[in-house]
Design a protein around this ligand. Structure first.
Ligand code: NAG
Length: 737
């Protein structure tokens, strides 16, 4: 397009590039050999079936293993889609600033959602809010909205305090180029003081921050709003009536209003707009959780600022990179390649994860490999936080070739804040959405626990592309759960939601038919069918071990040639996964821990999720939405840092974990004893693979035995779980013998 005149100047150079890594051919060849191995395994299973009339476990176990191996093989083929076609994006922010003057940049509305002041402490929420208010972006173009689903006066108070603190914090960040711009994160890691900033200045800021923390936390404790605040901010009068988290009127309060003269920071610069919102809630009305609050935010923001770009983050995910908006705009504003980009998703990263995390939390492989592959298929999924959208895509627009975004759109008129509040309140009343397309065609979709993923998929089906952007300095840092119970509950919710999607009319294969690429449909299905891995996995870690105990061979003899495909597939797949982890920046210990979590998740979360979905389809139960807490006690935190699994309170999931761990231990010890007692070492030949499998399960479960027998702290497994698990183990063993 040389020579064409482009509004906003600039040479029309691309604002981002897309690269493909080399050596993909070798990887594909290698995958081909694994696939050949899988075919041979299937062939072996199909042709070596023991005679039906044979006694004991024999042929039934065999049939089950055939089904399990068929599933694993097919699932492995699905996972190829998230390895096949990775791409890497790089942005050129300097070209963005060459092409667009500051006042030509589009407005950006940022949504932060919180739901419960007990689980999500107000200080956490406002640190996130402050980090996004301090983005390196013209403040006149930036609007921050906090949706508080609990309608809590304490959260409103914290936000009010944050709006005052911002007058010092934002100039401090901008003058001294402070990173990260969440005050909590910044002052927690002050070990590297900022050279540009004088110690006195730093000290002053720190004191202000500590005052803020003290004030907010004391109000959190007492629940009483100080009179000073009530006098200086009229918004508090909204809380005069009886207000509970389940029943309250709509409240919209503009805390920082750019049209007011006092809305400037201590240097006299404008501040971003700051809006508090809570939807009306009536106990008998559906409120659709986070999806409902995002939709309410879309409507409220459309009358207050109506920026063409919307970004949303969860309240525990602060911005760790003040340039993220500019990075995201490089995609949307690119003249050639950006026209059909509907949203830009950033990866999820955590700042509370310790080195060699016992839960295998670092999700580097997903972030560095799986997601770039989805991007390669033209459709990174939307995961509900750390994502920039065009407003139009969220409002249900189809992509069409001649669509042209009006980047200058937005509410520019100097309207009175009181008036705007009055206009927006009816938009967040309970009844507003009745008989509208909200939650169906418009906004975030309702009726499923993974509303964000479906919303993203629908946007892609309307012809938009999505982009995954993973800069070296991460854009957003959140909190990973640090107890096994929390993780398993979260995983159950996700895997259940995904399975529901896959079996519904929203399945990527149905919804995306002819609209998105097959690779992307498969990519979605990798998570879509997570839960179904539970049954074959459970089968694989029980039946071969029980057969080993009773001396029934279900794998080829170690001297047989059929052993080769088994060993090759296992060694190749696992070494490949280890190498990938190491390349993506995990340590070997983290990889090993992730393998354990993989097993535990499959036999607990995924199992219960599958059962729930099946029950749901039979009309036996309904799903709910449980929030995971963002606070954990200090002793538990200490144990987490020492790499001890946190079990704590009893749950059915832990019984399953213990049963499997003890079963394999018993089978290994008694089975090996039996073989050597009766036949000596040669007797192991036909049972070798089973012995190895059983031993591997025992080895990976070491922390479970530790929590059962060795530890004395509060996070260990309760003692009475041992007899329960032993009951299951002995009844299984007796049946097998
Ligand atoms: C977060 O930001 C800080 C400060 O810029 C940086 O040192 C750190 O590496 C970032 N964290 C991640 C995970 O990228």
């Amino acid at each position: 397009m040389a020579g064409s005149s482009i509004p906003g100047g600039g040479g029309g150079l691309p604002l981002f590039t897309t690269e493909k890594p080399k050596r993909m051919a070798a990887y594909r060849l290698f995958s081909g050999t694994i696939f050949a191995g899988i075919l041979l395994i299937w062939l072996y299973r199909a042709t070596h079936m023991p005679p039906r009339h044979s006694s004991g476990l024999g042929w039934r176990a065999w049939l089950g293993l055939l089904v399990a191996e068929l599933w694993f093989g097919l699932y492995w083929v699905l996972t190829l889609s998230v390895r096949w076609n990775p791409i890497r994006r790089t942005t050129f922010k300097y070209r963005l600033s060459e092409s667009y003057d500051e006042d030509q940049l589009p407005g950006v509305d940022i949504f932060v959602c919180t739901a419960d002041p007990a689980l999500e402490p107000p200080m956490l929420v406002i640190s996130t809010v402050l980090s996004v208010m301090a983005y390196d972006y013209p403040p006149e173009k930036l609007n921050i909205y906090l949706s508080d689903d609990a309608g809590s006066a304490v959260t409103f108070y914290a936000l009010y305090e944050a709006s005052e603190f911002a007058k010092n914090w934002i100039p401090f960040c901008k003058n001294y180029k402070v990173e990260p711009r969440s005050p909590a994160a910044y002052f927690a890691n002050i070990a590297t003081p900022h050279d540009a900033c004088s110690p006195e200045e730093l000290c002053r800021m720190k004191e202000l921050y500590e005052d803020l923390t003290d004030r907010v936390n004391s109000v959190v404790k007492s629940g009483k709003i100080p009179e000073v605040a009530e006098c200086s901010c009229r918004g508090f009068s909204e809380w005069n009536g009886a207000i509970t988290s389940g029943a309250h009127p709509a409240i919209v309060q503009i805390l920082i209003d750019r049209n007011k003269r006092k809305a400037v920071d201590i240097d006299g610069n404008a501040l971003p707009k700051l809006v508090y919102m809570t939807r009306e809630k009536i106990p008998q009305e559906q409120h659709h959780f986070k999806a409902g609050s995002l939709n309410a935010l879309i409507r409220v923001s459309s009358v207050i600022s109506n920026s063409p770009i919307i970004m949303n983050v969860d309240c525990d995910m602060y911005s760790n990179n003040s340039e993220s908006i500019r990075d995201a705009l490089c995609f949307f504003l690119d003249k050639e390649q950006g026209r059909d980009i509907g949203f830009v998703q950033y990866p999820q990263n955590f700042d509370n994860v310790v080195h060699n995390d016992i839960y295998g939390n670092p999700i580097n492989v997903a972030n560095e490999l799986d997601h770039p592959c989805l991007d390669g298929w033209g459709g990174m999924c939307y995961y509900g936080t750390g994502c920039f959208h065009r407003r139009e895509t969220l409002c249900g627009r189809m992509f069409s070739k001649d669509y042209k975004e009006d980047w200058a759109s937005g509410v520019g008129k100097a309207e009175d804040a009181n008036e705007l509040e009055g206009v927006s309140k009816p938009l967040v009343a309970c009844t507003y959405e009745h008989d509208t397309l909200w939650g169906i065609e418009k906004g975030v979709t309702y009726g499923c626990p993974l509303e964000d993923v479906i919303t993203g998929l629908k946007i892609q089906c309307r012809g938009w592309r999505s982009v995954y952007y993973n800069p070296t300095r991460k854009g957003f840092l959140g909190m990973a759960p640090t107890s096994l119970g929390q993780i398993l509950v979260q995983q159950k919710r996700w895997s259940e939601g995904f399975l529901q999607i896959s079996l519904s009319k929203y399945s990527p294969f149905l919804l995306g038919l002819g609209k998105i690429k097959l690779g992307l449909q498969m990519g979605y299905s990798v998570c879509g069918f997570w839960a179904l891995n539970s049954f074959p996995t459970l089968y694989y870690v029980t039946i071969p071990s029980l057969c080993f105990l009773s001396g029934v061979s279900v794998f080829p003899e170690i001297t047989s040639l059929w052993c080769i495909p088994y060993i090759y597939v296992l060694v190749a797949a696992y070494s490949c996964s280890l190498v990938e982890s190491l390349q993506c920046g995990d340590s070997a210990v983290e990889w090993w821990n992730a393998q354990r979590m993989w097993l535990i998740r499959r036999i607990t979360s995924y199992l219960l999720a599958s059962i729930d979905v099946i029950c749901g389809m039979l009309g036996l139960s309904e799903f709910g939405f449980d929030l995971t807490t963002k606070v954990s006690d200090s002793q538990a935190l200490e144990r987490y840092k020492k790499g001890k699994m946190e079990f704590g309170s009893i749950s059915a999931m832990f019984v399953i974990i213990c049963t499997i761990a003890l079963l394999n231990l018993v089978c290994m010890v008694l089975g090996l004893g039996r073989v050597f007692w009766r036949e000596g070492a040669e007797g192991l030949g036909p049972l070798f693979l089973q012995a190895a499998l059983c031993t591997a399960v025992v080895a990976i479960n070491y922390p479970v035995y530790e929590a059962l027998f060795l530890r004395r702290d509060d996070g260990r497994l309760p003692v009475f779980i041992i007899p329960i698990a032993l009951c299951f183990v002995s009844s299984l063993c007796i049946q097998a013998m």
